[in-house]
Ligand binder design. Sequence first.
Ligand code: JD8
Length: 272
Amino acid sequence: MLRLDVVTIFPEYLAPLDLSLIGRARRAGLVDLAIHDLRDHAHDRHRTVDDAPAGGGAGMVMRPEPWGEALGAVLAAGRAALGDTAAVPTLLVPSPAGRPFDQALARELAAQPWLAFACGRYEGIDERVLEDAATAMPVQPLSLGDYVLGGGEVAVLVVVEAVARLLPGVVGNAESLVEESHEDGLLEYPVYTKPAVWRGREVPEVLLSGHHARVARWRRDQSLRRTARRRPDLLAALDPATLDGSDLAVLAEEGWEVVAGRFQPRSPGVAD
Ligand code: JD8
């Protein structure tokens, strides 16, 4: 069982977590999700959660008092749900300045019993909230990538989906076994289904051959070629010692060679 708490000023933004994979996991008792409205912890007439930035500048900053109270409510609610008065969550804070979210971080998070999310808006959350929270629990700022979002809610949707599907029983067994064989640092190969010809375009004949070894080799080649063309950064991170001779031959065709135990693009020759 994974306990999740999310604090946001837009609880409706998290409505997709009622659907599909996560919704099914919740109904199956594999995930326990609670959404907390930050404004329930703002006590002025207008339920204000923001104020002008200290030092001046554009936009507004989230005030610390509602956050302090909301995170206290998260601790109380989670401890009651888990029946553990000493438990603490890992507090995940979406931020463009966070650790890049990737599959390795998703695996780390899927091993935890309790995750809490603090969704900022505006110019972000007063830094003292994170300093104060860090005295009580691990705090992990995380980023979806190098582009600008308006707040943390979309990041929560992404992280919850990536983490929940790693929990035992959330995704069918067959699919998870197939996936493990492709957690090899390469991009996926292209996939096809019926009809065998569509708008004059044929399914590659090898996939209809019934020759399992040839199918596996073709898929491997496609993964390698795609990775070389689209994600040279992934190729440069691969250990060439984990590849076989056919792999190296395909990558040589794509213009990659091994130098000092790493892949690098073949250097252009010097004309004479
Ligand atoms: C949280 C407020 C917007 C942040 C001014 C407009 C993640 N990969 C990512 N890009 N952006 C975010 C993200 C953006 C957020 C908040 C996450 C809270 N904003 C602000 C500071 C500069 N903009 C993100 N994860």
